[in-house]
Design a protein around this ligand. Structure first.
Ligand code: GAR
Length: 191
């Protein structure tokens, strides 16, 4: 079995879709959910799928404890799905080529520190963009700067609110992320 861990900070609707996708997979399973937020609803979603979860603080993330936990659970591949903290360099190195994130916009636009979740959709609407989308990318030690691996776009209509844009982007995420992860885990990340 190839073992995935999902990092998420909030609701975890993407994490849920990913857990669903691999629920009865014969070669890949979600073995752990990790969150920096003990109130995150993703923890309840994990429990629903009988996936163990771990809550950590910044010290644990930045001083090797999270990496140790991943080793203890024999995790092969890391998936970020709505994770809001920077991943430290030791973790990026340990999982080089085996760690990806999804960003709710067409990077390099609307990325970087502070550009997450609804902030992204508000900025897209405020700028009058005609399209937005999703970006799956490698994770490095800087926010949203790892190599872009996959993008899909959707139209933004003049009357769309940030909430409507969020809905459209989530739809793309659910449609593409779980299957894309499956391919990447089986064949390796595209170059
Ligand atoms: C998702 O749209 C994800 O792309 C975004 O947060 C949302 C989490 O939703 N991630 C970022 O903004 C990372 N910079 P979810 O908790 O319902 O999956």
């Amino acid at each position: 079995m190839i073992q995935l861990a999902i990092f998420a900070s909030g609701s975890g609707t993407n994490a849920e879709r990913i857990m669903q996708h691999f629920q009865s997979h014969d070669a890949i399973r979600v073995a752990l959910v990790l969150s920096n937020n003990s109130d995150a609803y993703v923890l309840q979603r994990a429990a629903k799928f009988n996936v163990p979860s771990v809550v950590f603080n910044r010290t644990a993330l930045n001083h090797g404890d999270v990496l140790q936990t991943l080793k203890e659970h024999k995790i092969d591949f890391l998936v970020l799905a709505g994770f809001m903290w920077l991943v430290p360099a030791d973790l990026v190195r340990a999982y080089e080529g085996r760690i990806v994130n999804i960003h709710p916009a067409l990077l390099p636009k609307y990325g970087g520190k502070g550009m997450y979740g609804d902030h992204v959709h508000e900025a897209v609407v405020a700028a009058g963009e005609k399209q937005t989308g999703i970006t799956i990318h490698r994770v490095n030690e800087r926010y949203d700067e790892g190599a872009i691996l996959f993008q899909a776009s959707v139209e933004v209509l003049p009357e769309d609110t940030p909430a409507e844009v969020a809905r459209k982007v989530h739809e793309l995420e659910y449609r593409y992320y779980p299957e894309w992860i499956e391919k990447a885990v089986v064949s390796g990340l595209p170059s």
